[in-house]
Design a protein around this ligand. Sequence first.
Ligand code: GLC
Length: 659
Amino acid sequence: MGEMLKTTWEEDSVFRTRKAGKEKAGRKKAAGNGAGDTEKRMPAKENPSEKNQAFVARLAKHHDELRWLYMELYGNGDMFAELCHNMERFYRERNNVLKDTDLYRESRPDWYKSNDMLGMMFYIDNFAGTMQAVEDRLDYIEQCNVNYIHLMPFLDTPAGRSDGGYAVSDFRKVQERLGSMEDLESLTAACHKKGINVCMDFVMNHTSEDHEWARKARQGDGEYMSRYFFYEDDSIPARYEQTVPQVFPTTAPGNFTWLPDCGHYVMTTFYPYQWDLNYRNPRVFNEMMYNFLFLANKGIDIMRIDAVPYIWKELHTSCRNLPQVHTIVRMMRMIAEIVCPGILLLGEVVMEPEKVLPYFGTVEKPECHMLYNVTTMATTWHTVATRDVRLLKRQLDIVNALPKDYVFLNYLRCHDDIGWGLDYNTLRGEGIRERSHKQYLNDYFQGYAGGSNSRGELYNADPVTGDARFCGTTASMCGIEKAGFEQDGEAMEKAIRLDVMLHAYMFLQSGIPVLYSGDEIGQVNDYSYKDNPDKAADSRYIHRGAMNWELAENIRRPDTVEGKLFGRLKELEEIRKREKVFVSGADTWTIETGEQSVLCMGRYYEGEKIIGLFNFSEYEKTAWIHEADGRYVDLLTGADVRPEEVRIPAYGFYLMKKK
Ligand code: GLC
């Protein structure tokens, strides 16, 4: 391997030298090698010294595969050599504390699969105001037992055209109102001291139209136009439109935007101000990898690869999940393992399971470390609305049968809508049709049907297809908003019970649970976005309200909604942390209960066993299970219990541990 590395390394250097020569001679290529990119002006490669031994060893491990994939995609040795040299540069620039963490995590590759991992996602401005202020709130985060925070998009983005920060105009600059790169480094360092991991979004499918590349492209600079998808007329865009679905059919219809000032169409899968990057151009790939490594070096532990299925475009296809996407993610994984192996890749693939799973890659060639358990999340809310656990049981059976290396991120709510991506094939067998069922779910969660106490709003209701998605906070969807508004104490108790039960059930799943900030105190929908013209059209802002710190004060008062919820969740978090049966690698299975509204799940790990029972109905139910293979204790009360014909109160649950 050492020999092989030497040859290819030197070979790459030759490519690099040749390229430098070309540039000196002033020969500019039409596409690809942008002149304005600093990373291209690399120092000459030093001989691998003691200092970068780790880098050399990691490169040796991955070089051949990385080079193979790169050449397969781009066939450009110059650019590959440039990538390798910049990887080394970013490695050299990485600080020693992070390098030590890398070594530690390399020696314990399962470090993130432990039972104490608990995430929380929040917007910096909503949560605390600024990055510095987040640092001041780390005590609260610790109080929530959270050791992984997802800082929602914070890079520079134009006001009013930001898609919640997902339209990045500068990957190396923090939005001024939130802080600076120094603040980010300070925050990550402070988090690391407390054992908290930091996650950020890497929005790689597109840039903002205000990004330097986009601005140059708009001025007609061919070099930069080739980093996006530009078309003089609508003939090719029209052909794409025949096969490419729409992400925002109502708020941003179509996949292209006409730019009258430069007389071109540009591809914009998401909002018109989010221009899709062209990953056929190796300059785009390289530069985005440099941005990725730059951010990694600021102390990021988890990179959420935003909208990853979309990054490769091909005519006559849906432009989703194409094979080249997997080549790119696999390359990213290797690049991270070479430069910053302490980092985890979290893929955002909000699709059906058969499309999600390939993003884990294979055991030999892994891609993402973690993926969102999106179908389980949507099926959970379906179960709330139908009080019928059959589809959820089936979904969990699928997840439970997957290799234990796969780590899912489990959640009830996040910053996005719920798209109702359910297993409609199975539902069809029960006589349930997709369109009418989505209609029922949307009616239910708006509070119109099925004895619902939920509150929330539709999202991207498409009058043509009849499709619509849903927005609302966990608390509002559980009935806390309605009960509070109506000052109905009994209804409030019921809503809190449902909310806590859902968290308990989420915590019992394998993987990493992530709370949506505010859920720990039952924060309800925030309708004020309607008064803000920049947000009014996007109902996702209903569940993106500012943290109410006044209400959060109540966590110390057990007679308040916040106090009850916080206290009960804390109890569950502590159980999860304490009991090793919650590690990601435990055996998990579901158990038939003979009662349509009650879900039963088991976990087993190194001699420890736990049985969870969850009643999704507003009535008391009996679970007809016969699991009494020994003595069991109720983890919440400490009382002896028998997992046999268990009566479970309305929206109640049990966590029974075998003694
Ligand atoms: C992801 C984000 C979503 C955003 C989209 C475009 O899906 O979660 O909020 O609108 O990417 O970047």
